[in-house]
Design a binder for this molecule. Structure first.
Ligand SMILES: [Zn+2]
Length: 102
């Protein structure tokens, strides 16, 4: 991402700076319920073609996909609770397997 795009995101989404996110699986409140990543508009729902999980900020009720979380967590100074993060656990398992091969 170029610097001016990042600056514009930091300005537009100033309400998200320094916030805490936690990993969560999307739970619909009604049958067609869904949400979107506030940065890239990836759809998050229980449907097969969508993301099922993301990072959630409760004050602003914002969801962010894992790709955007990685991209923006440093400039936005997020703290991320990975307690229930199955994607993170899969990555750690993968790394553990890699290191036993080496
Ligand atoms: Zn995204």
């Amino acid at each position: 991402m170029n610097a001016s795009k990042l600056q514009s995101e930091l300005k537009k989404k100033a309400y998200l700076r320094g916030k805490s996110f936690r990993f969560a699986r999307f739970e619909p409140s009604f049958p067609d319920d869904h949400t979107f990543c506030v940065f890239c508009w990836a759809r998050i729902s229980i449907w097969d073609e969508d993301l099922r999980e993301g990072y959630f900020e409760p004050e602003s009720q914002s969801w962010i996909c894992d790709v955007c979380t990685e991209e923006f967590k440093q400039p936005f100074e997020w703290s991320i609770d990975r307690t229930n993060d199955s994607a993170w656990k899969r990555l750690m398992q993968h790394n553990a397997i890699d290191s036993t091969i080496l």
